[in-house]
Ligand binder design. Structure first.
Ligand code: G6P
Length: 596
């Protein structure tokens, strides 16, 4: 069924490709971690398969136990949206010596399944992927070569997908097809192994150079006297695609001494801000448009919400911010002289991509604010602004949010008006400051539910703070404008509910503080995150037994969102840790959502 997954495959002169498959799957785990599997040809070219439910570690143990010796294989880590998390549903899927892994959806799989059942095939899984293996196998049965059978099958599918396949009777051939979901191919520097994978992260440490496939491409990797690959475009013609450096380094995909990727990535926030600032050289001129529409999902959407405050105040341009999955299914009225900005860390989120296509079809200008400049969203946009977050592995986005918001601030204020030293210092003062976030998290962790409140630019940070708590701690958390809490949510407040109030000493401080009084009057508990210069204006609030206070260093009001961001990220991290959860791989989530 619908999947957001990671794919790796290898063809080699060596006999130990299972090591490469497993190490790549470990790096790909951020794309899905419900179940994982590999299929490979053993020394006698017999097709074997190992699948496990759970994280890649389980698969690794099973593969080690099986003492796999193989020169060709495919691997997959899965994130299911429907079709239960079972070994039967895990990839690879195998039929008559054909093994496939797949990311995306085969939309016409029900019709194909019926046809294949009438041909005598029986299905063991609930997935659409099994249709792929069976359709390729059924074409082989009619006398076609593996490659021709694969091409015929691909031509029959509707939907978006990335597929890799092997066949036991053609043990020197690895095939891949890309439509909608990303796919890259590369050969190792020693020319001993070739790989097809769903992203550059999987291929880091394996190849220095790679080629990203284009829409409709089929790639054929062959092992003769030497390893080579050919790419056929959507019309079937043999084509060349640009070879690019694999920019993902070992440092990007290792924890570097940190306990988790998320903590490492939060501690990179100051450096990411600096790098994004220094490399920013786009002439985006937002002020020349009458209207700006920002469209995104998740954390990227909240970066857009924050930028609305800045763009309207500084550039004086009207801004709409929309959730991509809603935008694309209503009938949006596109305004003349508008710029449409699509924010996406991965550049692959399907709702954001489809919303962008809709806008392009209407003839409007599109700008992609992305972390991955080879991504689908980056490739299809009219303009690109690349953030310099580096590879983000933790499933919950952190450092990318900092880079996104900073880029948006530079886009509206201009580079020279943004003081990166102050921003960097502000973030570092949280990272290196003497704050007991773990102690505070211990107080938050048993809250029945949580509210995050703020006004002005603190409100979008409250939204991001609540999202992070939900994602990582599984505590129901809502971000709310401080002033709105009395219009309903206050009914939930009692002594078992914590409200985290973001109230730096800015023009909204007094108002947010008075909203916390309303909460305290209903026996709610409050964690007030404010700034040093507010101490004298608290009027005893910090002495209330139901109030905890955190004082961040004073800085220019414009830059408070950065200090607050790092603070809420650390709070979410410690709350999840206090609950004993896996912060890098929170349950039910995936980093890059390439399905609707
Ligand atoms: C998923 C991730 C979030 C991310 C969102 C949008 O839900 O878990 O962390 O914010 O997708 O992703 P994008 O890559 O488009 O920014």
């Amino acid at each position: 069924m619908l999947l957001v997954c990671g794919i790796i495959s290898a063809l080699s002169y060596r006999n130990d490709i299972s090591n490469d498959l497993i190490s790549a799957l470990e790096r790909l785990e951020y794309r899905g971690y419900d179940s994982a599997g590999i299929a490979y040809l053993d020394n006698g070219n017999e097709l074997k398969r190992i699948r496990t439910v759970g994280k890649v570690q389980q698969l690794k143990e099973a593969v080690e136990k099986a003492n796999v010796k193989s020169h060709i294989g495919i691997g997959h880590t899965r994130w299911a949206t429907h079709g239960k998390v079972t070994e039967f549903n895990a990839h690879p899927h195998v039929t008559d010596g054909v093994a496939v892994v797949h990311n995306g959806i085969i939309e016409n799989y029900q019709d194909l399944r019926k046809r294949l059942i009438s041909e005598g095939y029986t299905f063991e899984s609930e997935t659409d992927t099994e249709v792929i293996a069976k359709l390729v196998a059924s074409h082989i049965k009619t006398g076609k070569t593996f490659l021709d059978a694969f091409k015929c099958a691909i031509a029959e599918f509707t939907g978006t997908f990335a597929i890799v396949a092997i066949y036991e009777k053609e043990p020197s051939l690895l095939l891949g097809a890309k439509r909608g979901s990303p796919m890259a191919v590369g050969i190792s520097p020693d020319k001993q192994s070739a790989y097809i994978a769903s992203d550059a992260v999987a291929l880091s440490t394996l190849v220095d150079e790679l080629v990203y496939l284009e829409e409709g491409d089929i790639v054929v990797v062959k092992k003769d006297a030497q390893l080579s690959y050919e790419i056929f475009d959507a019309s079937g013609s043999c084509t060349n695609r640009q070879v690019v450096q694999n920019k993902v380094s070992l440092n990007d995909v290792t924890k570097n001494g940190y306990e988790t990727f998320m903590l490492k990535e939060i501690f990179e926030e100051a450096a990411v801000a600096r790098r994004t600032y220094e490399r920013f050289n786009y002439d985006t001129e937002v002020a020349k448009y009458d209207n700006i529409s920002i469209i995104a999902c998740g954390t990227s959407y909240y970066a857009g919400v924050l930028s609305k405050y800045w763009i309207e105040e500084i550039a004086k341009v009207h801004v709409d911010v929309e959730i991509a999955s809603e935008f694309r299914y209503r009938k949006p009225v596109m305004r003349k002289n508008s710029l449409y900005i699509f924010i996406s860390q991965s550049g692959e989120t399907i709702d954001t991509l489809c919303a962008m296509r809709l806008v392009k079809e209407a003839g409007m200008k599109t700008l992609a604010l992305v972390n991955v400049d080879t991504s689908s969203i980056a490739r299809e946009a009219d303009y690109i602004v690349k953030i310099e977050a580096g590879v983000e592995v933790g499933v919950a986005s952190t450092k990318a949010f900092v880079a996104q918001t900073l880029s948006l601030l530079i886009m509206c204020a201009g580079k020279s008006a943004v003081h990166i030293d102050d921003i960097e210092h502000s973030i570092n003062s949280i990272l290196n400051g003497n704050y007991d976030f773990a102690g505070l998290a211990n107080k938050l962790k048993d809250s029945r539910c949580l509210f995050y409140i703020g006004r002005g630019t603190s409100y979008p940070i409250a939204l991001e703070g609540a999202l992070k708590i939900k994602e990582l701690s599984y505590i129901s958390a809502e971000g709310y404008p401080s002033g709105e809490i009395k219009h309903g949510p206050i009914a939930i407040i009692d002594e078992n509910v914590y409200t985290i109030a973001l109230a730096p000493f800015d023009q909204y401080f007094e108002k947010t503080v008075s909203n916390t009084q309303e909460i305290l009057a209903r026996n709610g508990k409050v964690l007030l995150i404010t700034t040093e210069d507010a101490r004298a204006s608290l009027h005893g609030l910090d002495e209330n037994a139901n109030v905890e206070c955190v004082f961040l260093p004073k800085c220019e009001t414009l830059y408070y969102p950065f200090a607050l961001t790092t603070t809420i990220h650390l709070l979410a991290y410690h709350t999840a840790k206090a609950k004993g959860y896996d912060v890098d791989k929170p349950r039910n989530l995936a980093k890059s959502v390439t399905v609707e």
